[in-house]
Design a binder for this molecule. Structure first.
Ligand code: HEM
Ligand code: HEM
Length: 331
């Protein structure tokens, strides 16, 4: 009985850790992503290790005719799909299926599972006793975590030894796709943006009270090599050219830059970053295509793909702090 309560408690902590560290990893296009993912993957593996214990609890629960059992089954299925897709992605045994990547299935299943997880926990009374939070429980918890870190480490070793595709992934877990070959670079968007058809003869870039045409933009030739690392699980390095934002925004005063897409999608950056941001019109020496943000898209080195606003129509500078935005876009 007590073992059941402790297993459930451990699962609760692990699910919350996996969820938070997954999002934390998406917040970085730099090294902290890896540390977050080590903790993430280890908590994921720990959930897997606890499933034999959990199945004893679940069998007991299923034996009681309680309403909502179907929802518990659905919740279990989503957790298992998320675990399986996460492992499939990390080992590289399965990466794509139709329009979805394993990473999208992984995160999607986890997101749908959240309300069910809350319901599952809230509608079942988990009575904790002081002994459940004893030193012994913490030691056991630490043992589970240590076992999970070791198990995660061994999956990484197996991936390398067996030469599985997972061996070649980046520190964010992403796989290389179409680098320096613009035509082979995958097309993706954060959530619901559809590719707009834009006529450049009428397209204008609104810039701090001014308007620039596509021809105006083409007169610049700043370039940089940068890696777009998509949260869908791939990355692609390209030579981008266009115009640096500090050049466009010379003399602008304020604290942040807001870059807005034709679709309404927008992201905000600190003004100090202007010199590292590029409004690209070309990649690999050729014009951008519609899927990759034609006529102009932002290139934001060291930031994950959802910062690289496509189909830019407006760039504003104002006094709002850059962090005054949803950490992840809501559209
Ligand atoms: C990996 C995550 C989890 C999965 C897949 C899972 C799945 C299940 C299933 C299938 C059942 C049996 C059906 C039912 O009683 O509705 C169940 C029962 C139960 N679960 Fe979970 N669960 C998970 C996490 C949790 C957590 C985090 C808690 C609480 C902190 C919890 C508490 C319970 C309780 C109290 C029962 C009832 C046991 C009984 O009636 O004897 N579960 N779980
Ligand atoms: C129920 C919640 C979740 C569980 C149980 C879980 C579990 C896992 C597992 C087991 C792996 C494979 C680890 C490995 O051996 O490398 C993984 C990978 C990954 N997960 Fe999750 N995950 C969850 C939610 C999320 C969410 C919400 C995100 C992002 C918002 C996310 C992002 C990632 C990423 C980026 C990887 C790839 C790591 C790599 O390849 O190195 N996960 N996850």
């Amino acid at each position: 009985m007590r073992l059941g309560a402790r297993t459930n408690l451990a699962l609760l902590v692990l699910l919350a850790t996996a969820f938070l560290t997954g999002w934390l990893a998406f917040a970085y296009g730099t090294m902290p992503a890896r540390w977050s993912l080590v903790l993430h993957a280890s908590s994921g593996v720990a959930i897997l290790l606890l499933l034999p214990w959990k199945s004893v609890i679940a069998r007991r629960g299923l034996a009681r005719p309680r309403p909502g059992r179907r929802l518990s089954m659905l919740f279990s299925a989503l957790v298992i799909v998320s675990l399986a897709a996460g492992l499939a992605h990390s080992t590289g045994v399965w990466l794509w299926s139709g329009p979805l990547t394993a990473m999208e299935v992984h995160v999607g299943a986890a997101l749908i599972a959240v309300p069910l997880a809350v319901w599952h926990v809230v509608s079942r009374k988990v009575r904790l006793r002081p002994t459940d939070l004893s030193r012994r429980t913490f030691l056991r918890g630490a043992a589970v975590l240590a076992g999970a870190v070791a198990a995660y480490g061994s999956t990484e070793l197996v991936v390398r030894a067996a030469g599985l595709p997972g061996r070649d992934r980046r520190f964010t877990g992403s796989y290389e796709a179409g680098s320096f070959q613009p035509e082979a670079m995958p097309v993706s968007s954060w959530m619901f943006d559809a590719i707009p058809g834009i006529d450049v003869s009428t397209w204008r870039l609104a810039l701090a009270g001014e308007e620039l045409t596509h021809a105006d933009l083409l007169s610049f030739d700043d370039s940089l090599t940068a890696t777009l690392d998509c949260t869908g699980g791939f990355y692609s390095t390209q030579d981008w050219s266009g115009v640096r934002l500090d050049r466009l925004l010379k003399g602008s005063k304020g604290s942040s830059i807001r870059v807005i897409s034709r679709t309404g999608y927008d992201r905000r950056f600190p003004l100090e970053e202007a010199g590292r941001l590029l409004l690209a019109t070309r990649f690999g020496g050729r014009q951008l295509d519609a899927g990759h943000g034609y006529p102009a898209r932002l290139v934001a080195p060291d930031r994950r793909g959802f910062w690289w606003v496509k189909w830019v129509v407006s760039i504003e500078v104002d006094d709002q702090p850059y962090w005054w935005q949803s950490p992840y876009p809501l559209q």
